[in-house]
Design a protein around this ligand. Structure first.
Ligand SMILES: [Zn+2]
Ligand SMILES: [Zn+2]
Length: 430
């Protein structure tokens, strides 16, 4: 039986906090569409938790939200959906202590409880625990997509930092069912919790694979890149002996059991654009034994690619030194599609990782589409993708190239991202 866990919840939470929010209308990032404001700290509703933001990654999607490339879903929204936070308040129905009480209550009582009041799997959170809050924050759970493992396509889905306030703030609220426990990555101590009204300041460094700062980019850049890699179909060729045992074979094999042994040479993958997401995806692909070719305009990014072990790094519109089994475009540039399609082998797949892209003009059928080449888009991710990727990251250390900014420099970080001022991922630190 689970030991009863004490219910210390006396964390001091201020009444007001600093946050960035989009002004009445989004606009070009050079025109400063965000404003730095002081607002009340939000209250967690039923099924939600309040986290104190310890780090929040800066994603290109935040730029699309700020500039109005994505239609406004919530006026004056606070962007940010790569939140590493520490739980400071539990909304009704989310605390671990009530789960422990249920365990203690015995089977007889459990059996008489209506199913809808049973706790869901992720409802085992505690004050002081580190969690990740990512882009996907709500799905209906009832539609065909939700019921068939494609909740990323749910028409009622909602997103952090677009439909609801995100992590460019000192505190943020998140639905408990959509947060990712981060103990495996941050080396958390079991039983850590608030004492004497104070939060423990830092996670346990002992045994920690990652810092708080380096985990943030994993939560979108990492997860979406992993989804984009899955969408190439290459993972069905990966021999699962090379894969972390924590990642299920079913997920990685794409349901094709025999494919894994069909190709004995290294798979070749092209990555177009090499920022926060691509540099993580490259490491996953390399960890799975693929040969990775990077094609990007930035000289620093090309250098980083080679340092990480990629086989080649060329200009954005160059041809890679060999034909590609698959490619992923991370840059939001539609003109790259024909270029990447020409680089594919027959049967190759191009996966488009971005949520927004400039128009695609013409494709030459013979050279850029025929021979059963395919173009696939990527929309968000499922929670299963997130769990698989974070489990992979817990077993294979990923080098996360981060560029810290104080939270108060959030707008500057977005401007620098737009200008391509850095390779890797910017992270805001409150
Ligand atoms: Zn749904
Ligand atoms: Zn993102």
């Amino acid at each position: 039986m689970t030991a009863k866990i004490s219910t210390t919840t006396s964390v001091s939470i201020p009444e007001r906090m600093h946050a960035w929010r989009i002004k009445d209308q989004p606009g070009p990032i050079s025109s400063n569409p965000l404003e730095w404001v002081e607002v009340p700290v939000p209250n967690p509703g039923p099924g939600e938790v309040l986290v104190r933001v310890r780090a929040c990654g800066v994603c290109r999607t935040d730029l699309h939200v700020s500039e109005g490339d994505l239609v406004v879903h919530r006026k004056q929204v606070t962007p940010g959906h790569e939140i590493v936070g520490q739980i400071v308040a539990l909304g009704e129905g989310t605390d671990r202590s009530s789960a422990a009480d249920e365990d203690a209550a015995g089977e007889g009582e459990e059996a008489t409880r209506p199913p809808e009041t049973k706790r869901r799997g992720s409802g085992r959170l505690r004050i002081g625990e580190y969690v990740g809050v990512a882009w996907l924050r709500h799905t209906c759970g009832e539609c065909d997509f939700c019921r068939s493992g494609a909740e990323n396509l749910c028409q009622k889905s909602q997103y952090t930092g677009w439909d609801a306030n995100g992590g460019y703030a000192e505190y943020a609220v998140a639905p408990a069912d959509y947060v990712y426990p981060l103990d495996d990555l941050l080396g958390a101590e079991e039983g850590r919790e608030a004492t004497n009204g104070e939060m423990l300041d830092a996670h346990s460094e002992q045994g920690a694979l990652y810092s708080v700062e380096s985990v943030a980019p994993l939560l979108c850049a990492g997860i979406i890149g992993y989804r984009a890699l899955k969408r190439t179909g290459l993972l069905r060729f990966v021999d699962d002996r090379a894969v972390s045992e924590s990642v299920t074979k079913g997920a990685l094999s794409d349901g094709n059991e025999s494919a894994a042994t069909a190709i004995s040479r290294p798979l070749t993958l092209g990555l177009y654009g090499f920022g926060g997401s691509a540099h993580l995806t490259a490491q996953v692909a390399l960890g799975l034994g693929m040969r990775v070719h990077v094609l990007t305009r930035g000289e620093d990014a090309r250098k980083l690619a080679l340092e990480l072990g990629c086989a080649s790094a060329g200009g954005a519109y160059d041809m890679p030194p060999e034909k590609l089994d698959a490619a992923i475009i991370f840059a939001p540039v539609g003109d790259m599609i024909p270029v990447a399609m020409r680089a594919l082998r027959p049967g190759g797949v191009l996966s488009l990782a971005g949520i927004h892209m400039s128009d695609v003009h013409t494709l030459n059928y013979e050279n850029e589409l025929f021979h059963e080449k395919e173009i696939r888009t990527v929309e968000s991710n499922t929670r299963q993708d997130g769990r698989e990727f974070l489990a992979f990251a817990a077993r294979h250390h990923l080098d996360v190239d981060t560029h810290p900014y104080p939270l108060s420099q959030g707008q500057k970080a977005l401007q620098d991202l737009k200008e391509g001022a850095f390779a890797g991922a910017a992270v805001l630190l409150p």
